[in-house]
Ligand binder design. Structure first.
Ligand code: CMC
Length: 427
């Protein structure tokens, strides 16, 4: 087969520059611009609007049509038939597990839920009112200190062990961040429980009494994890890849991913949604906030609306919207309160208002996950932590894919606009 080529014609340059084109299994063809530097040019793409930073087999998104596939499986089907842990297996191994493989994987993850007692002592140094994400960034990075003999990233067995450890320990660390903030003792994991039940046990249980975990609640949380499990080259995953491309140890790379996720334009949006709903306060103030969001001279944005890739309803948001309705129905009384009424009204306005329609600004996954988590009694400051727990297998799968293949250090270039060379003024 002849290789397709793009030709770049540049004014003042004698011949066109040939650039190879590669087809993907799905999605747009990709023009390989790596050779461009030899002709003295760089490409310019701040925000990576048109740049494929790597080759990947893991996740596919068609933002225009609202499609999200993990290893080829539509997210809606996984949400209906799979579980978070099975989805972790799928992301990491490329295929769904057999019944035996699934059981073995679940047991292995259980075996890795405890953290070293030394990690407990880290929390003594954090102020009581520290944001849970600030603690999570630190303790995830600190895990490398406990496993320094098993950080050979060229060894696939050690990489598998890293995956089992990080997926198993994230709920334990996340619950510790919460318990520290409210001054309650840390709860040890209970390995007889399922993954989501165990997390809820460590969050809401106390040593004084058994905490019965509602299966409805456990399924809702599991679904939130599953829907967040991967999202191709998003900001935090790209951060993990970039950090990993230097050969840094995986726990430091995941800590970098947690840090990137924290921003309100990324994983921090679910927390920002609740803050926004609180700020709006009553239905009568909604119009004022909509006006601000639409004003080109006001930087204010409605949190939980819009997405870089989805210019259609985010398929995760569709599933989440249904879960949100079920959960609100289930919690009954809470569904009547102002916050949820404001959320429903905002959703309605955004779906009907020309500003949002023309810009294809649909409610995103964080709009609904924030509302669900609030209804489930999860404190707002923990929302992004929950997102981080969900995204862990995605970070892991991408890091493993990169480190397990041929890769180079990620080193972007720039369009320099500073002063030209000048002499230091000697006095
Ligand atoms: N409210 C009001 N206007 C908006 C919003 C919003 N939430 N988002 C985008 N716009 C407008 C923006 O002002 C621009 O208008 P104009 O064309 O008139 O200048 C137009 O829509 C395009 O916006 P953009 O900045 O080019 O879009 P982007 O792809 O760079 O940004 C985004 C995507 C998600 C950062 C942005 O929509 C946003 O800030 N949303 C609110 C934060 C949020 O909910 N983030 C969670 C994303 S989902 C979780 C994840 O995957 O990380």
């Amino acid at each position: 087969m002849t290789e397709r080529k793009a030709q770049l014609t540049v004014e003042g340059h004698d011949k066109p520059i040939d650039l190879p084109i590669y087809p993907g299994t799905l999605g747009p063809d990709v023009v390989d611009v790596r050779g461009l530097i030899k002709s003295g040019f760089l490409t310019y793409d701040p925000g990576f609007m048109s740049t494929a930073s790597c080759e990947s087999d893991i996740t596919y998104i068609n933002g225009g049509e609202g499609v999200l596939l993990y290893r080829g499986y539509p997210i809606e089907q996984l949400a209906e038939h799979s579980s978070f842990l099975e989805t972790c297996y799928l992301l990491l191994h490329g295929e769904l597990p057999s019944a035996g493989e699934r059981l073995e994987f679940e047991n292995t993850i259980r075996y890795h839920t405890m953290v070293d007692q030394g990690v407990h002592r880290f929390f003594n140094g954090f102020p009581r009112n520290a944001h849970p994400m600030s603690m999570l960034v630190s303790v995830v990075g600190a895990l490398s200190a406990f496993y320094h003999d098993e950080l050979d990233i060229s060894d696939p067995t050690q990489r598998t062990l890293v995956a089992q450890r990080i997926i198993g320990k994230m709920p334990t660390l996340a619950a510790m961040c919460y318990k520290h903030g409210i001054g309650q003792p840390f709860m040890y994991p209970r390995n007889a429980l399922s993954f989501p039940e165990n997390f809820l046990h460590m969050m809401f249980g106390t040593p004084c009494e058994e905490n019965a975990v509602s299966p409805v609640l456990a399924r809702a949380i599991d679904l939130i994890f599953l829907l967040h499990a991967d999202h191709e080259q998003n900001a935090s995953t790209s951060t993990v890849r970039l950090a990993g491309s230097t050969g840094a140890n995986p726990y430091s790379c995941f800590a970098a991913g947690v840090a990137a996720l924290w921003g309100p334009a990324h994983g921090g949006a679910n927390e920002a949604v609740l803050k926004m709903l609180g700020e709006i306060g009553t239905e009568s103030r909604i119009d004022e906030f909509i006006r601000r969001a639409k004003d080109p001279n006001d930087p204010y944005r409605l949190m939980g609306f819009g997405h870089r890739v989805y210019k259609n309803f985010d398929p995760r948001a569709k599933v989440m919207r249904e879960v949100c309705n079920d959960v609100l129905e289930d919690v009954g009384e809470a569904a009547d309160n102002d916050l949820f009424r404001i959320a429903r009204r905002l959703e309605q306005i955004a779906l009907e208002d020309d500003y949002f329609i023309n810009r294809k600004l649909y409610p995103n996954v964080d709009f609904y996950s924030g509302i669900i988590l609030k209804a489930l009694g999860i404190p707002t400051s923990m929302f992004t932590v929950i997102f981080a727990m969900g995204r862990t297998p995605g970070w892991m799968a991408h890091w493993d894919e990169m480190v397990g293949g041929a890769y180079r250090i990620g080193r972007p270039r720039q369009l320099y606009r500073g002063p030209g060379m000048r002499d230091y003024p000697v006095k």
